[in-house]
Design a protein around this ligand. Sequence first.
Ligand code: AMP
Length: 274
Amino acid sequence: MHEEKAQQKKQQEYELLEELGRGRFGTVFRCFHKTSNKFHAAKLIDKRLLTDSTDRQCIEIEPKVMTFLSPHPNILQIIDAFDDSDFSSIVLELCHPSTLLDRIADGAFSEAHACWVMRQLLEAVAHCHRVGVAHRDIKPDNVLFDWENHVKLSDFGSAEWLGEGGSMSGVVGTPCYVAPEVVLGREYSEKVDVWSCGVVLYTMLAGVPPFYGDSAVDIFEAVVRANLRFPTRIFRSVSSSVKDLIKKMICRDPSGRISAEQALRHPWILNGGD
Ligand code: AMP
């Protein structure tokens, strides 16, 4: 009862403002913290809509993982978390409303711009892997920008702790960005995040992902074939250095795929996409 009152009190410190977006489980609102006079984002998850234990696990893991990973300049900062019988709420640092997905929809990126985003995304992913967390749903929708335009990796609802040996199982992720070993139902490692980052890099430069189809099944088939191509009409003026990095990230065999740390040391990243 005491705990419930404390949670209620915390909740009352925030005033919910307009909706910013919707994710798999929750709705994100801009909010105002009355005590500090600061604006944040609040993600509200209606627990009554969670249908199974996997969904419940997702909403439980997100605040735990985010707290564990904080602070990192390229990982969305968690500010508070509270719960009542119907809603689970997470208060987050407020970011710009347009995600990387919106920015790609506005037009393909120059190599320098793509490099600037990718370096920060890889910094976030390398940090996760160093401390034993896999994100497992890296995609442009989950890449946010703060008001100074720094990359902030978000949505840790599919994240998993890397146990001893670092292997995981379970089909999670988003069709265009998921690694083939996940689709095939195999045990997999944190390298699934590097695959997804490679797909994000390709998508920033081409404006479209490398593997797609009309249905999820068609996309999964294309992912498993992993027939990576760089059509001349799109990649004519793209450097061989970035193609080399993409090939090393979108490598079908996870043991031959580079790590996030290695990707950060690739010459294309070190040279700022030049
Ligand atoms: P999510 O449930 O984390 O996937 O978030 C759903 C959508 O809400 C995102 O695609 C963003 O458009 C928006 N959003 C999430 N977190 C924030 C934030 N911290 N600041 C601003 N917008 C956000």
